[in-house]
Every structure is written in C-alpha cells, then in structure tokens.
Ligand binder design. Structure first.
Ligand code: DC
Length: 233
C-alpha cells in the first residue's frame, strides 16, 4: 500500500488562479475542495468585526481560543458562484471575506504561529480522509507533505493583478485602482514568502507551472496529465 494520500495540493501566490483551478480539478476527479485561505480570511473577518488587530490576537490567548471555539464550515459554492461558502459560528460570510482589508489582515494573522498551528490542525482533520484538492500557501510543504500530487502555480505579478481586476470587473465592481491593487498584491506576496513559519514556497517534490501565458484550461489540462501519469493505487 502506498504511503501517499489521495490529495492534490495547490500552492502559489495571490491571484494565480488557485481557487478556480482547484474547483475544476476537483470536479474532474470527483474530489472535494478545501480553500485554506478562506479559513485565514474568516478569522481575519471576525477579528475586524470585533474591532481587533493582528497584534491584539498575538497578545491575547483568549482571543485565539474564542476564534477556535467558533464552528467553521466550508461548503461548496452556490450555483454560479466561484468561492465556496464559509460559515463561522453559524454566520455565512460572503464577499466581505474578499475585501482588500481582509486580504491584508488574513496575511498578517497567517504569520502568527499559534494561528497557523490551530488552522493547520483543522485542515489536516478536514482532509484526512483524502480525495480532496487543497489549496493555499503551505499545503504541500506543511499541511499534507504526504499528498500524492503537489503543484505550485506561479505567474508574473502584473498578470496576476490583471486577472484580479478582470475578476472584480466581472463582479460589477467599479473604480478599481489597478496600481494600488498591484502594490498590495506584491506586498502580500512579500509577507507570505518571508514569514518565519510555513512561508509560501514550493515543496521540493511539487510540480511547477508558470501560468503567465497559459489559459486556465491549459493549466488544468497539464495538471490532469501529471495526475494521470502518477497514479497512487
Ligand atoms: O489564498 P488567499 O488569498 O485567500 O489567502 C489569504 C491569506 O491567507 C494569504 O495572504 C496568506 C494566508 N494563507 C496562508 O498563510 N496559508 C495558507 N495555506 C492559505 C492562506
């Protein structure tokens, strides 16, 4: 019996298309999806909601216990939606998880060891049965190093910012400051890559795809070929 788990990990920087691609790979394989970034975002949202900062969370253990005691549920997206549904403490969180403010706060709290320890354990619990596509920054390096198929997706920051802008326009958002969006994306990359715990980096045994000049369909096709030529059973 193989020691590898029937898990696909997809790591990479912000805006590279991990969520869309995860959904397509999962649909093809009949696996479920686990968006680990949504979990950091949900904690960040709750923190902002109660008027607290990452520093408050770092300095007050009771705040982390409060977050840990809230039930977190990740459900598949509703018809026609891209992101999965997130429920925290019974409250459904939607577009409010995807604001610039929450993106930055999620990245900040993701550098706190106690937060990572808690969410990594939850992710390992959620994915332990396998047949899951899990995406984030450290899913192939820390969360599931025994995953059978590991991918690292990358793309030039300018291209990732362009994709984000298109996504936001398609959602009907107006007045998008593209230069500010690029700056913020690069700042988040920098923070995610350079934190001391579980930084964004490619697992040694991951397969790298530079998606800058590829369509989503091409990326998914390349990934499915890799998965097929490396069966675990
Ligand atoms: O994938 P995302 O943009 O929704 O993630 C939001 C933030 O959460 C990201 O800036 C870094 C953090 N994150 C992380 O540190 N580890 C993960 N496995 C997933 C996300």
């Amino acid at each position: 019996m193989s020691e590898k788990l029937a898990i696909v990990t997809i790591d990479g920087p912000a805006g590279v298309g991990k969520t869309t691609i995860s959904r397509m790979i999962a649909a093809h394989l009949g696996f479920t999806c686990l968006d680990t970034g949504a979990m950091y975002r949900a904690f960040a949202w709750m923190l902002a909601h109660i008027g607290k900062t990452a520093e408050d969370l770092e300095n007050d253990d009771s705040m982390l216990s409060m977050l840990g005691n809230l039930e977190m549920q990740l459900l598949p997206p509703l018809e026609g939606q891209e992101n999965g549904r997130v429920l925290l403490g019974g409250k459904e969180l939607g577009p409010e998880l995807r604001t610039e403010e929450i993106s930055c706060l999620a990245s900040e709290i993701a550098s706190l060891p106690a937060v990572r320890k808690m969410l990594t354990a939850v992710q390992q619990q959620m994915g332990r049965a396998g047949r899951v596509v899990i995406e984030g920054r450290d899913t192939g390096t820390v969360v599931f190093p025994q995953a059978a198929w590991k991918f690292y997706l990358d793309a030039d920051p300018e291209e990732r910012a362009r994709r984000r802008v298109t996504q936001m326009r398609n959602r009907g958002e107006v007045g998008i400051n593209e230069a500010a969006l690029l700056q913020s994306l690069m700042a988040r990359d920098e923070a995610d890559r350079n934190r001391s715990i579980a930084p964004l980096k490619m697992a040694e045994d991951a397969y790298l795809i530079d998606t800058t000049d590829l369509s989503i369909k091409e990326v998914v096709g390349e990934m499915l070929v890799r998965i097929q030529i490396e069966p675990i059973e």
